[in-house]
Design a protein around this ligand. Sequence first.
Ligand SMILES: Cc1ncc(COP(=O)(O)O)c(C=O)c1O
Length: 345
Amino acid sequence: MADQTPILVQDIYAPLGSAFTPSMLTARYAPGAGWYGKSIGSRRPLQLDPATVGLHYGQAAFEGLKAYRQPGGGLALFRPLEYARRLAASCERMAIPPVDPATMVEWWREFCDHEQAHLRPGPDSAIYLRPLIIATDCVLGARPSREYLLLLLAVHSTPLADSSKHHLDVLVTTEFVRSSPGGLGSAKTPGNYGAAMRALQAAREAGCDQVLWLDAGRRRWIEELGSMNVAFVIDNTLVTPQTGDTILAGVTRDSILTIAREHGIGCEERPVALEEVTAAMSWKGLTEAFACSTGAGLTQIGSLLIGQQRLTLPAETPVADRLRRLLSELAHGRADDPWGWRLPV
Ligand SMILES: Cc1ncc(COP(=O)(O)O)c(C=O)c1O
């Protein structure tokens, strides 16, 4: 039977990232009480003291995960425990008391249950969840907060399959770096993204869509692409930089590596030098390059701008197309789930 959920016209056309679902979940942390007061209510503006620590000093952590429409009409969260563990790790890095990952997953599940009546029609619909934890002490002083606020909101997301419609022209930046050893690169914390804005602006000024980040030390090793992981097909092998403390360990990256190995595609996680990629492009051993993330799916790289030289990548991406399709089928419950990645809401 066709889904009868009414949708507002302005909602359908809202740009990605601002088509919010109607509710939000909140919880608070205080010493002695731990995390308490979880509740779900209407999405509404916050009231924060102007001296809120998280606003001034960036003590905060967040996540981004999805719940996908299933054949029966309901929703299933995709690999929620992985995201909850990563949120806990980001919290540890930011001196924030983490929420126990199992509790976090249960709160996400309850929230999705609450929002699923608003899911858009269509077998490929999904919502993107954004949990955020922010320090809420009111003091002008850079030290870990005692109190925290957790927020959870959601936006409608475009189908995973739609990421095949785009390609990225990419500026290889040697001017800016995203992260450095001992820094915050493996944590999802707002400062990482604020620090990347100027580089993204430079990319746009150069006629590009995104930035390819190199390592802070030698500006030689490829790390990430914008706020996505990056992968190449070189000599029929899927090659991606190994994660460490300068690279966010993407769940999408891990999912496609797992799926690729299951389907007999050779995979290598290892340091990837920029000159290896350009050399492989010249001898035509590099046949695909793409970025991957929960929010943006698998998006091919159309070109690399290195200095004044623009190198064009192959237009066809059969490996990425196959992995995107397999990932989408799995996330939407249209394929077996051998790794137990779906959590029905
Ligand atoms: C910096 C960064 N790298 C990579 C990713 C991809 O991670 P995931 O696949 O878990 O979304 C993200 C997430 O959006 C990110 O913020």
